[in-house]
Design a protein around this ligand. Structure first.
Ligand code: ADP
Length: 473
């Protein structure tokens, strides 16, 4: 753990395992409530100095952190593959994406502009000033174990906030590696603190109730996000919530079915389907259903599951046993209710894969609204295809979910693309594009997918208060 600029190494600890092999990777400290309290106190103590530093000084440290992260890209990616399971190439991409947030917010730090506003009174002036929210508590997930940290710490530190971060219990080693970078970049003691725990609940409670914490930023499941938002409400703490999704992927009959199927095969199986923007319902207009399924089936059947260190691996393991059980339950439920299974549909247990949490890349069609997979987030390597006939129907079906994070539209008709873009209630929409994400673009959801945006110009606003000065002259 890293508290007030010091590395702690002694004390009770818990194990971290490789999800591809079940092998123990290491142990990390299991923080006591007193230690979490000490981390909050350290962040509180460092706040005046850090928020009072110039934006140029804060940016200099973030630039250095960006450089160090890119210098360590390979070793960070190898650690991520071992701890989280994703193929090395995907891990390399994630480290680059993570570093992008440090660079973007180093730049944005210098663009925290205020305003002057004309008054109706000739003897009055209005000044609008932006200042850091204060101490921030951050809780991050395991699926993107480095980029989810920099997407929060980058803007928080750029804005002048100090922070305490609790990473997911399955991926604390990646978090430690990020904090080594911040330490090496010269971040002053107490500005960012890391606490690792095996049971997140007491820390979550403390973060939500501690008076020194002014803001909670959380990425994880909707159930936990709701719980934390409720706990934080009596204190009127600010919250940013990046929660679950159930992305529709709509393929209209004027799109090239082969191109669209390739897109699905790439985005659906990224990170073994363990992404909040992963397509969960693939709606295909009936006229092109057959060629679409033919291409998708061939591509899904070719995907090779394995250890992410093997260059031949295209999909890694799921994070744990519970994830395998959830995915299999949704697949078996769909088959029992009449879905067609094209390929996959079982846990992989041969050739050494039995030691890890591997599930075969799976394609289901004829999926219908009565199936679990139509409503629940899968977070696994299962493509679920649903036929549709009319544009109006598919928009209504796509919006028929409590979630509102990502959606995808494939069409060659510009009017239809814009119409559908406007009608879909989702925060991120890819139009003939499977990767609508960037440090420069606002990421976040509507409805039960969350509150607030990360990245982009908006990303730093989440960590700023607006202060008005009214002056009589
Ligand atoms: P997932 O189902 O993707 O693991 P979670 O919402 O359970 O998503 O986990 C995301 C993050 O939230 C992790 O850091 C986890 O430790 C944390 N977390 C889970 N439950 C709680 C809780 N009750 N209080 C605080 N943090 C929690």
């Amino acid at each position: 753990m890293y508290i007030d600029g010091q590395w702690l190494t002694e004390g009770p600890n818990f194990e971290v395992v490789n999800p591809a092999t079940g092998a123990k990777l290491g142990s990390v400290l299991d923080a006591s409530t007193d230690q979490v309290q000490a981390a909050i106190t350290a962040a509180e103590g460092a706040l005046p100095g850090w928020s009072g530093a110039t934006a140029y000084d804060r940016a200099t440290i973030l630039y250095r952190a960006h450089t160090l992260m890119m210098e360590r890209q390979r070793s960070l990616a190898e650690l991520m593959t071992a701890e989280q399971g994703k193929p090395l190439k995907a891990a390399m991409n994630e480290v680059k994406y993570a570093a992008d947030f440090l660079l973007w917010f180093a730049e944005e730090a210098k663009r925290i502009y205020g305003e002057t506003i004309p008054s109706a009174r000739p003897d009055q002036r209005f000044l609008v000033h932006k200042q850091a929210v204060g101490v921030v508590a951050a809780i991050t997930p395991w699926n993107y174990p480095i980029s989810m940290l920099t997407r929060k710490l980058g803007p928080a530190l750029a804005a002048g906030c100090t922070a305490v971060l609790k990473p997911a219990e399955s991926t604390p080693l990646c978090a430690i590696a990020v904090f080594e970078i911040l330490d090496d970049a010269g971040l002053p003691p107490g500005v960012a603190n890391l606490v690792t725990v095996s049971d997140p609940r007491p820390v979550g409670d403390l973060f939500c109730t501690h008076p020194a914490i002014r803001k909670l930023t959380f990425t994880g499941s909707t159930a936990v996000g709701r719980h934390l938002a409720q706990l934080a409400a009596p204190q009127l703490k600010r919250v940013s919530m990046e929660l679950g999704g159930h992305a529709p992927f709509i393929v209209f009959d004027d799109a090239d079915p082969v191109h669209a199927a390739k897109g699905v095969s790439l985005v659906k199986f990224l990170n073994t389907g363990q992404a909040c923007i992963s397509p969960n319902r693939i709606f295909v207009q009936r006229a092109i259903l057959e060629p679409f399924l033919k291409t998708l089936e061939a591509r899904v059947a070719r995907l090779r599951a394995g250890d992410g260190t093997d260059p031949a691996t295209s999909i890694g393991p799921l994070i744990n046993e519970a994830a395998v059980a959830k995915v299999d339950l949704q697949v078996q439920d769909a088959i029992a209710k009449g879905a067609t299974l094209h390929t996959g549909g079982y846990r992989l247990v041969d050739g050494g894969l039995e030691r890890g949490c591997f599930y075969a890349a799976t394609l289901l069609s004829a999926v219908s609204p009565d199936m679990l997979i139509y409503r629940e987030e899968t977070f696994g390597p299962v493509a679920a295809v649903i036929p549709f006939d009319e544009e109006d129907d598919v928009v209504a079906m796509a919006n028929d979910t409590e979630y509102g994070l990502a959606a995808y539209i494939y069409t060659q008709n510009l009017s239809r693309a814009l119409r559908t873009f406007e009608q879909l209630n989702f925060g991120i929409i890819g139009i003939n594009d499977i990767n609508p994400t960037s440090a420069a673009a606002p990421f976040g959801g509507m409805k039960a997918s969350g509150l607030g945006r990360e990245g982009a110009r908006e990303g730093i606003d989440e960590y700023l208060e607006t202060k008005l000065g009214g002056l009589s002259i």
